[in-house]
Design a protein around this ligand. Structure first.
Ligand SMILES: NC(=O)c1ccc[n+]([C@@H]2O[C@H](COP(=O)([O-])OP(=O)(O)OC[C@H]3O[C@@H](n4cnc5c(N)ncnc54)[C@H](OP(=O)(O)O)[C@@H]3O)[C@@H](O)[C@H]2O)c1
Length: 213
């Protein structure tokens, strides 16, 4: 798959690198040209250039920028993003007095705001729950039961693209409903990161009852 990556930070490096290792053609687009060139070299990308070039590069586009910047960036490149799968990995979080706080309003998600800003784009919420360092593990590193990547998508083609990206990394796709469910995945990040920062292990909070109970 051809994938444009907007951003040159930790998530651009982690996910862009994992996808390049999986054999995808990755194009790094950064507002800092030198950073885009450096990252492209580090991860073995097929090319590098501006955010506009990345937005118009492939079947899929990753927005690896701060949550506060993502909707405006989508609006700026709405024409180029139309018809493409736009992967939103952002977390709209702020450190608050009582722990990590959501920056969005009730029921609102960054993924939804991106969809409104770029109405022709097929937005998918995904990859926001695990730390960037986790995507560096080679496919197969997690044994017989790989960890899951929950994703929210309305468009079946976009769901197919993100499923291919997740399985190629050796992770397991976890469909989590349409884009109207993205607010829950973003709120889950606030919970998970808050517990982790406080020294806890959030994964231990989700034991499953037997299905036939
Ligand atoms: N790091 C993690 O473990 C992790 C995990 C899950 C989700 N996330 C989410 O993923 C997103 C990216 O995180 P990150 O850790 O990769 O951040 P980062 O390392 O700070 O990188 C952010 C990137 O966004 C670019 N950027 C900022 N504002 C921009 C704008 N207006 N237009 C174009 N590019 C802009 C920055 O460019 P400059 O260098 O030029 O400023 C930089 O390349 C965030 O929303 C974060 O919440 C992060």
């Amino acid at each position: 798959m051809r994938i444009g990556v907007l951003g040159t930070g930790d998530m651009a490096a982690a996910l862009g690198g994992a996808w390049a290792r999986a054999g995808h053609e990755v194009f790094v687009g950064g507002r800092n040209a030198a950073a885009a060139e450096t990252l492209a070299g580090q991860i073995g990308a097929a090319g590098h250039g501006t955010p506009a070039q990345a937005a118009g590069y492939g079947q899929a586009v990753l927005l690896a920028v701060p949550a506060g910047a993502a909707p405006a960036l989508a609006r700026e490149h709405a024409e180029a993003l139309a018809g493409r799968t736009v992967v939103d990995c952002t977390n709209p979080l702020d450190p608050g007095p009582g722990g990590v706080m959501l920056m969005t309003g009730a029921g609102e998600s960054v993924a939804g705001l991106i969809g409104t800003a770029a109405p022709g784009a097929h937005v998918v919420k995904a990859f926001n729950l695990a730390h960037a360092s986790m995507w560096a593990h080679p496919a197969g590193a997690f044994g017989a039961i790989p960890p899951a990547v929950p994703f929210c998508a309305d468009d079946p083609g976009a769901a197919g693209h993100v499923t291919e990206l997740i399985t190629g990394m050796g992770w397991s796709p976890m469909p989590a409903g349409g884009l109207d469910r993205a607010a829950y995945v973003e709120a889950t990040a606030a919970f998970v990161i808050g517990v982790w920062w406080a020294g806890g292990s959030p994964a231990l909070a989700f034991p499953e009852p037997p299905r036939d109970a």
